[in-house]
Design a protein around this ligand. Structure first.
Ligand code: NDP
Ligand code: OXD
Length: 310
């Protein structure tokens, strides 16, 4: 039995240390050096090369190195009969909540305006915004979205959630569910946070039609995936004044190319996909647990529903 680390864009060192700390007995092979492919029973993936699967006929299960599995489903050669797990980790949740609260507050408390004033050495207080006029809508009320809702409600924001199925969540003023309730949800969202998984149903969802249904001067925070957002529609919505601004952590192409119009847009704040980075120390424990479960023929923790794509 062997665990394959198939993550070409990640430094394996902290993961190997985390796995060894969780269980020194686990045999780990790090792609592309895989001297014993027939031993591989469990593979951990992040942006993996496709067409590798014939090399590992004894593979029993797959895990994503992060919360999202869209990067795995992009592989048309994926062995679809195998269970796929993802990372669900309290550190990932806390870190995402910190990021979204920061993004929402920097807009709500006018930090953009004061940064511009500072550049011109201007001392011009603007009237504080009324929190009641700034309800936050969270698209995706899963592991991450539900904690973001909790934290924003604790700060006094009215919070609405949108998910596939309705939620009973104490922080939500309203739980909207399904496409039929999307218009009402958008109408109530002066600040919109996208925390949806990337699926066939959600790709390109942040588009002109959606922006047109938000209240005037709405603010967008996209921390989910770049492919949720239609680039030209965001630029048009900012230029027309339909949107006041956007804070973006994820992009269609990462790193964001130097010539991309987002870089220099005064109403866009950019961060380099750091909203919540999987912590190898804590997440490795879950990977090792799933490795043992897969080898024992037991169900994995945090499996995804491949039919729903999340
Ligand atoms: P979950 O799977 O726990 O939650 C997903 C939520 O989205 C659920 O509430 C689900 O509804 C809802 N949803 C899915 N499809 C639809 C749909 N078609 N219409 C309406 N709602 C839908 O995911 P997480 O909270 O763990 O993570 C969300 C995403 O965040 C990840 O997939 C990843 O892309 C991104 N992410 C980004 C990071 C970053 O650093 N920028 C870090 C980690 C994750 P229901 O509850 O009804 O099933
Ligand atoms: C994830 C991410 O999905 O880092 O975990 O985006």
């Amino acid at each position: 039995m062997s665990l394959l680390f198939l993550c070409p864009t990640k430094d394996p060192a902290p993961w190997l240390a985390g796995i060894k700390a969780a269980d020194p007995g686990v045999d780990v092979q790090v792609w592309p050096e895989v001297p014993r492919p027939l031993d591989v029973s469990f593979a951990v993936l992040w942006q993996h090369p496709h067409n590798q699967w014939d090399l590992f006929p004894n593979l029993k299960a797959i895990a994503s190195l992060g919360a999202g599995i869209d990067h795995i489903l992009q592989d048309p050669t994926l062995p679809r009969h195998l269970p796929v797990a993802r990372i669900v980790d309290p550190n990932l949740v806390t870190s995402m909540t910190q990021y979204v609260v920061t993004a929402v507050l920097q807009h709500f408390r006018d930090f953009g305006i004061y940064r511009q004033q500072q550049a011109k050495k201007l001392w011009q207080p603007v009237l504080p915004r009324d929190i009641a006029a700034f309800p936050v809508g969270i698209m995706g009320m899963g592991m991450l979205g539900s904690d973001v809702a909790r934290a924003l409600a604790a700060l006094g924001f009215t919070v609405h959630g949108w998910s596939r199925r309705p939620k009973k969540h104490p922080a939500l003023t309203t739980s909207f569910a399904g496409t039929s309730m999307l218009p009402a949800f958008l109408k109530s969202s002066r600040m919109l946070v996208c925390l949806l998984p990337l699926t066939d149903a959600t790709r390109g969802i942040l588009n002109a039609d959606l922006f047109a249904q938000l209240p005037a001067n709405a603010y967008l925070v996209n921390v989910a995936r770049g492919a949720h957002l239609v680039t030209s529609d965001l630029l048009d919505a900012l230029d027309s004044g339909a949107l006041a601004g956007a804070c973006l952590d994820v992009f269609n192409e990462e790193p964001l190319p130097a010539e991309h119009p987002f870089w220099e847009h005064p109403q866009i704040t950019i961060t380099p996909h750091i909203a919540s980075i999987t912590n190898p120390q804590t997440a490795a424990v879950q990977v090792v647990t799933n490795y043992h479960r897969a080898n024992a023929g037991e169900p994995l923790l945090h499996t995804v529903d491949l039919a729903q794509q999340y």
